[in-house]
Design a protein around this ligand. Structure first.
Ligand code: PBG
Length: 325
């Protein structure tokens, strides 16, 4: 018998064949685009470490959102940059806060665009931490829960479709679920940033959201990048507390975690392709060191292949255009 030397290569001989046997497909339907909403009017401020991404004021949102909508991107994830910050992050749960106003604006113009809101205090606290800070510099987990649930409720009252707590306090999913249910929002799902690592790849985001901690770091609440089994415990707890969608963040350096989460729980799983992952490709492309479009598609495909059902990515618009071609 002749040894089948060409067995696998036969299916790579032309585009049609390659498409027929392709295992992983990127679809615009699976992208979520993050938006930074800033206070004030008439603002569209470029974020230097994230080329193509802007802080936009509520009055300038229409144009930005119409582009997203036109490209077929089904959802946006909102972050807020308030005018004033304080120790308790009161801008986070103000009924007329930046995110609350933006939600109303977007939902009135595009009722079928999914509006998801990030629930976390770090953009709203003067110290930049995700929770209430005690005298000794530690984070008071349980005092923070009350404020997070107030924030989540204010978003839902404003009309958002889903809340996404990213603070990593223990017990926050159960606490927020209860608060939503108590006010009759039993049908509002929670997307939990379940396995969120203390990562350097959030650097550009912290510039974008003015949320770098003024002292210390987030290692007492975000996870050690070395731990995958602990990530499964985090995800399990969030599911037990009522998470509807679980997220792994960042994506690229944690594809093994993503695969394990998907295989272990089989839950709807999101991956956050974070700011640093975006910035490093943009920078290399600007230098002419990488081909931006093919590298982007390869990155996003790898995240999908590793088990993500949906990808939160600053590349959503670029990828939608690339796929649409
Ligand atoms: C808020 C939050 C962060 C990101 C999403 N939500 C920053 C952080 O934890 O420091 C990062 C997103 C990105 O880097 O794109 N806690």
């Amino acid at each position: 018998m002749r040894f089948p030397t060409q067995r696998l290569r036969r299916l790579r001989a032309n585009t049609a064949l390659r498409n027929l046997v392709r295992e992983t497909r990127l679809s615009v339907e699976h992208f979520i685009y993050p938006l930074f909403i800033t206070f004030g009017r008439q603002k569209k401020i470029p974020i230097s470490s994230m080329p193509g991404v802007y802080q936009v004021s509520v009055d300038m949102l229409r144009q930005e959102v119409s582009e997203i909508y036109r490209l077929g991107i089904p959802g946006v994830l909102l972050f807020g940059i308030p005018e004033h910050k304080d120790a308790r992050g009161s801008g986070a749960y103000a009924p007329d806060g930046v995110v609350q106003t933006a939600v109303q604006e977007i939902k009135s113009a595009y009722p079928d665009l999914l509006v998801i809101t990030d629930v976390c205090l770090c953009e709203y606290t003067d110290h930049g931490h995700c929770g209430i800070v005690e005298q000794d510099g530690s984070i008071n987990n349980d005092a923070t829960l009350e404020l997070l649930s107030r924030q989540a409720l204010s978003h839902v009252h404003a009309g958002c479709d889903m809340v996404a707590p990213s603070d990593m306090m223990d017990g926050r999913i159960g606490y927020i679920r209860k608060a939503l249910d108590a006010e009759g929002f039993v049908m509002t799902p929670i997307m939990a940033y379940a396995a969120k690592f203390a990562s350097s790849f959030y650097g550009p985001f912290r510039e974008a959201a003015h949320s770098a901690p003024a002292f210390g770091d987030r290692k007492t609440y975000q996870m050690d990048p070395a731990n995958a089994r602990e990530a499964l415990r985090e995800v399990r707890l969030d599911i037990e507390e009522g998470a509807d969608i679980v997220m792994v963040k960042p994506a690229l350096a944690y594809l093994d975690v993503l695969r394990a989460v998907k295989d272990t729980f089989g839950y709807p799983t999101a991956a956050y392709n974070v700011s640093g992952e975006y910035a490093m490709l943009k920078a290399a492309a600007q230098m002419g060191w990488l081909d931006e479009q093919t590298a982007m598609m390869e990155m996003l495909t790898s995240i999908k292949r590793a088990g993500a059902d949906m990808i939160i990515t600053y590349f959503a618009k670029d990828a939608a255009m690339a796929i649409g071609k």
